[in-house]
Design a protein around this ligand. Structure first.
Ligand code: COA
Length: 321
């Protein structure tokens, strides 16, 4: 029994914020942002548009692509760092939107690795026989937790959602998943306050993303290099067996370093960071959906998904589409 992705979907908020728009907000330039990150623009959720709204659009598109109805779903996992409420989970809010009742639904918090974690978990549910049809989503409104006065972070992030339908199948689908974390790196990338500080306290604290960018960069490149090796070794595959790399979209230079590690031509690497910025847990499913819909990734091809994020967390999923 395999878990196989049978449909993908994604959604980006209508408002596009270009680097030129950024120049009006903080002391930066289009050239600096492009050179250091590859980002040219990002999408920003409208006032009153929340994570579950983005997730619902992406979910409906994935359902349509898979030819499934909402009532076919028996597991919902939403990976998000920006849930709409303290509770219920975004997965429960989404379940209600989709008009389904009773199935397992929960959120996963692994920051930018969240979708890879969620897909690995769904794979295990399906292989254990407790799920037939899972809806797995990465959805974020990162623009709500960046400090719009901090040029070192606010230029990097964007909002969006990506979704997949994962079904039990006799045909090979997900071949392996590899999930890791090391909390000792917490100080390099975090939001320093959360809900256990108390709602009243939180109002007076700077609960924004903080990051030591160049230190994160170095660890990310090394760690992603290792996860590539681990994934190939676990599957007894050579680099040349991988048709597509769908990486987390944080920085074009990090993506290029991972592609180099795989000896992979950039033509076989899906890049959306230029248009989406870093959408955290949404970035991998957004990139996957982009390349499936434009016909680049075809059924039967071998695809490596990988991500790295706050925690630190990191991981990969190897699959046949
Ligand atoms: N516009 C213009 N200048 C900026 C700037 C901006 N938006 N942000 C920072 N700078 C300046 C800094 O103040 C610094 O100036 P100084 O040399 O006078 O002190 C200079 O640019 C270099 O800063 P540095 O942080 O060393 O740049 P960098 O080459 O490391 O690039 C990042 C910064 C954030 C793009 C890069 O480190 C990165 O992408 N890191 C990984 C981040 C990441 O992936 N995070 C998410 C993980 S999921």
């Amino acid at each position: 029994m395999y878990a196989r992705i049978t449909g993908t979907g994604s959604y980006l908020p209508a408002r596009i914020m270009t680097n030129a728009d950024m120049e009006k907000v903080v002391d930066t330039t289009d050239e600096w942002i492009r050179d250091r990150t590859g980002i040219t623009q990002r999408h920003i959720a409208a006032a009153g548009e929340y994570t579950v709204d983005l997730a619902e659009h992406a979910a409906r598109r994935a359902l349509q692509a898979a030819g499934k109805k909402a009532e076919d779903i028996d597991l919902i996992i939403v990976a998000t760092t920006t849930p709409d409420r303290i509770f219920p989970s975004t997965a429960c809010l989404l379940q209600q939107r989709l008009g389904i009742h009773g199935c397992t639904a929960f959120d996963v918090q692994a920051v930018c690795t969240g979708f890879v974690y969620a897909l690995g978990i769904a794979n295990n549910f399906i292989r254990a026989g407790s799920t037939r049809c899972a809806l797995v989503i990465g959805a974020e409104t990162l623009s709500r937790i960046v400090d719009w006065k901090d040029r070192t972070t606010c230029v990097l992030f964007g909002d969006g959602a990506g979704a997949v339908i994962v079904e039990a199948s006799d045909e090979p689908g997900i071949l392996s998943s590899h999930l890791h974390a090391d909390g000792s790196y917490e100080h390099l990338l975090n939001v320093p306050y959360g809900i256990s500080h108390g709602v009243d306290q939180l109002r007076t604290l700077d609960a924004y993303i903080t990051m030591k960018g160049n230190e994160v960069f170095k660890v990310a490149v090394n760690t992603l290099g290792r996860i590539v090796d681990e994934t190939l070794e676990a599957n007894h595959l050579k680099k040349s067996d991988i048709n597509w790399l769908v990486p987390h979209q944080a920085n074009l230079r990090i993506i290029q370093a991972t592609a180099k590690k795989l000896s992979m031509n950039m033509d076989h690497v899906v890049v959306t960071v230029d248009k989406h910025g870093n959408t955290s847990a949404a970035s991998v499913p957004l990139a996957l959906d982009t390349a499936v819909r434009d016909g680049r990734i075809k059924k039967g091809e071998t695809v490596m998904l990988e991500a790295f994020g706050g925690g630190f967390t990191w991981g990969s999923v190897l699959l046949k589409l």
